[in-house]
Ligand binder design. Structure first.
Ligand SMILES: C[S@@+](CC[C@H](N)C(=O)[O-])C[C@H]1O[C@@H](n2cnc3c(N)ncnc32)[C@H](O)[C@@H]1O
Length: 243
């Protein structure tokens, strides 16, 4: 059991060490990076992607709500909502290998649909109650377009919930944390090698494009980097109401 886990981790770490390919378009780069690790994706990310269950707890979708996850990967977050067949869920991801894992996961969940599509342009047929982005914004080069697209698909008063890695600006707004220069450079470089872009502008844009309801800035452990903790945040904002 332990040997299998170490072997699986070694394969993921090898993929991390190789980094994301610099050739091909965005979809081709995602496929090249994720296809070799798709089957083992969830187990490793469980120890790296913190705060996902908590964000969904805070979102607390009402019965009958419609939720879209952009950059849903293997659909791991749907497992946190397994006891909620009363909500409708659309999972959107551009990577065929991860979308295939998500499709297999939700095969017996009639309330969940998987769409292999680009989060910058995909739209539901009618406005939705919640949009979730979980460790996805940092992997989307056109992230402003994705946030704007998310806001467009929300009903008035609908909520956008985001959990992701980040680094602070050198001079952040007064209500936000400031990370040491070394942490900012170190984490940007470490994640950037794998196409994960830690940009302080993400949170600024989320706060500008929504009415912020909740923000928590935290540090979480990283597998195989003992003693080091990477900064991440939980954010919930809503669209303006029309009343
Ligand atoms: C780190 S994974 C997070 C997956 C999942 N949300 C989770 O919490 O496990 C980031 C995901 O964003 C997807 N992605 C990146 N750019 C995208 C885009 N433009 N449109 C849709 N999905 C995209 C990737 O394919 C990948 O599945």
């Amino acid at each position: 059991m332990i040997a299998r886990r170490l072997r699986d981790d070694a394969r993921i770490l090898w993929q991390f060490a190789r980094g994301q390919s610099a050739t091909g378009d965005h979809a081709a780069r995602l496929q090249a990076f994720y296809a070799p690790q798709a089957a083992r994706y969830d187990e490793f990310r469980e120890r790296l992607l913190h705060g996902r269950a908590e964000l969904l707890d805070r979102l607390a979708p009402a019965a009958g709500a419609h939720l879209v996850e952009l950059g849903a990967g293997t659909g791991r977050n749907v497992a946190y909502l397994a006891t909620r067949p009363d909500i409708r869920i659309d999972l959107v991801d551009l990577c065929p290998a991860l979308a295939a894992v998500a499709r297999a996961r939700v095969a017996r969940m009639p309330n969940v649909c998987v769409h292999e599509a680009d989060a910058t342009t995909w739209q539901p047929v009618a406005p939705v109650d919640h949009v979730l982005m979980s460790y996805a914004l940092t992997m989307m080069p056109d992230w402003r377009a994705v946030v704007d697209n998310a806001v467009r698909m929300l009903r008035p008063g609908g909520t956008l919930a985001v959990v992701d890695f980040y680094v602070s600006a050198s001079r952040p707004a007064a209500h936000r944390q400031r990370h040491h220069w070394l942490a900012r450079q170190g984490w940007r470089g470490w994640f950037g090698h794998d196409g994960v872009c830690l940009d302080p502008a993400h949170l600024d844009w989320l706060e500008q494009r929504t009415v912020p309801l909740y923000l928590s800035e935290r540090m979480g452990p990283v597998p195989y980097l003992p003693g080091l903790r990477a900064p991440y945040y939980l954010f919930i904002g809503r669209t303006p109401r029309q009343d």
